[in-house]
Design a protein around this ligand. Structure first.
Ligand SMILES: C[S@@+](CC[C@H](N)C(=O)[O-])C[C@H]1O[C@@H](n2cnc3c(N)ncnc32)[C@H](O)[C@@H]1O
Length: 476
């Protein structure tokens, strides 16, 4: 039998910065980097129970606060302590921006070994509450219990709740009755739908046993005022589904699209399921600047509409188009960046793996009377090829906006062969972006970096990087 390692506690650790996923960081007396979980703020002094020891760092969680940072503010959301969403709400917005900017700078240097020509100050979001156009909630028959509740054996977690997944507890849900992220009537809709399911005695999903009826709720509210709901059920009991959805429509006649799907799988992922339009036109319309976008239930769309306009304006600025360029827009979604830059380009070619999103992109070009864009469905890794580049003409600019995992190595390799004079790389994950920039540094230099705050009060940060092709010594 292996000997148990003695518990290690680091005492009086000063938190000096914020790292990945909102963890705090500091250095112990030996100069070792310690990552700390548990809602810390720079300036806090804490005791940390270490649970992971690596040669480059240790990681643990707070067991005692010795001193609270002077920078701390009172979080405005009553769910802050239990909900894992807005991890930075205990910091003033100006400080959140400062720490996000510092993190991007640090990651670029550490992972990417990048020294950009220019590092622009982070673009703040305005407004910084009620900024999301999409929210997702889970139904569960198990409530997440706080540490105090856990200590009271008479309190049971068996309760039908609708809310957010608790980070690290896949089967437990934090019930939410007021969220500051999406405009009204979002809170009213979620609260009503939870209560209605309880009244109609529809069983809430049991994630451990894989049983129940009510699974998942997605609410989209566009700046156009349109509302789309997607409700996911475990079983196809059409009588119960109709009774539930009809009651929702009676209470909220302003819903423009109500869709549902049947999810018999173990996970909550709904993009691989058939969507059934129960009411309305089957999509939602959103505006970005003077462009209109049609978004179907499964399509990706920027979640912070107002900040997306600022993000896209900066992309246009970085792109420096004069109407003569051929642009590839990789990971185009419903074509929003492609259509946004189209009027400044000769032509734009968008690639996206979700076929419904490509259908929307084509329709969005038509709605906006844009005729110089074409869109292709498929994995960028497979669609982007020498033959593709020959058919569409060599790219003068590549815009790439991959998911959190970043670009596949094959895509990076292809870009190195394609040698477009400029790349604008938009990313929601600075770590994978830094990795890709490092790989691209073989042929590209980073001219500018622009961090953008798309998600205030969370640890997330978006970054735009402008890359230009290095000139070869032989003048190529
Ligand atoms: C961060 S979103 C960007 C969407 C779009 N550029 C925008 O601003 O709305 C990433 C998009 O990449 C798509 N995607 C993910 N992996 C892909 C792949 N391997 N090939 C093509 N598209 C992919 C997703 O469906 C999603 O629409």
């Amino acid at each position: 039998m292996g000997r148990k390692r003695k518990k290690k506690i680091v005492e009086n650790l000063l938190i000096t910065g914020l790292a990945d996923k909102g963890k705090g960081m500091g250095r112990d007396a030996e100069g070792r980097v310690i990552f700390v979980e548990g809602r810390v703020a720079p300036g806090d002094v804490v005791d940390v129970l270490i649970k992971k020891r690596r040669s480059a760092f240790w990681q643990g969680f707070v067991i005692a606060f010795r001193q609270m940072s002077e920078e701390r503010v009172q979080p405005f959301c009553k769910h802050f302590d239990s909900c894992g969403g807005c991890t930075y709400q205990h910091l003033p917005y100006e400080a959140q921006l400062r720490y996000k900017e510092a993190r991007v700078r640090d990651i670029l240097q550490r992972i990417g070994k990048i020294e950009p020509g220019e590092f622009l100050p982070i673009l703040p979001a305005e407004p910084n509450v009620f900024y999301r156009n999409k929210m997702e909630y889970a139904f569960s028959n198990r409530r997440w219990l706080t540490a105090e509740e856990l200590a009271q054996p008479e309190i049971s977690n068996r309760e039908d709740v609708l809310g957010f997944h608790r980070a690290g507890a896949f089967d437990k849900i934090v019930p939410i009755d007021e969220c500051w992220l999406q405009e009204d009537p979002s809170n009213e809709i979620r609260n009503f739908m939870g209560e209605l399911a309880r009244q109609q005695e529809l069983p809430f999903f049991d994630l451990r046993e894989g049983s129940g009826m009510m699974r998942h709720l997605l609410i989209r509210i566009a700046t156009t005022g349109e509302i789309m709901l997607i409700v996911s059920f475990f079983q196809k009991d059409m009588q119960a589904i109709r009774c539930y959805l009809d009651a929702v429509l009676r209470r909220f006649p302003q819903i423009t699209t109500l869709a549902y799907c049947i999810n018999p799988k173990a996970n909550d992922y709904i993009l691989d399921l058939d969507m059934h339009i129960y009411h309305g036109k089957g999509y939602i319309e959103e505006k970005l600047g003077d462009l209109r976008f049609k978004i179907q239930p499964k399509s990706f769309f920027q979640t912070n509409t107002r900040q997306a306009v600022r993000l896209y304006d900066r992309i246009i600025e970085f792109a420096g188009l004069d109407g003569s360029q051929t642009v590839y827009d990789l990971y185009t979604g419903v074509g929003s960046i492609a259509l946004y830059v189209a009027r400044a380009a000769k032509k734009v070619i968008g690639i996206e793996e979700i076929p419904d999103a490509i259908t929307d992109a084509i329709e969005n070009a038509r709605i906006n009377k844009i005729e110089n864009c074409s869109f292709y469905a498929g994995d960028v890794r497979k669609v982007l090829s020498k033959a593709f580049a020959k058919r569409h003409g060599k790219a003068d600019l590549v815009i790439t906006d991959p998911p959190r995992a970043g670009m596949h190595q094959d895509v990076v390799d292809f870009l190195l062969q394609l040698r477009a004079p400029k790349i604008v790389y938009v990313s929601c994950n600075p770590a994978t972006q830094a990795r890709d920039l490092q790989l691209l540094s073989e042929a590209y230099q980073v001219e500018k970096i622009q961090p953008v705050d798309m998600f205030p009060h969370t640890y997330h940060v978006e970054t735009i990087a402008l890359l230009s092709l290095k000139t070869m010594e032989n003048g190529e």
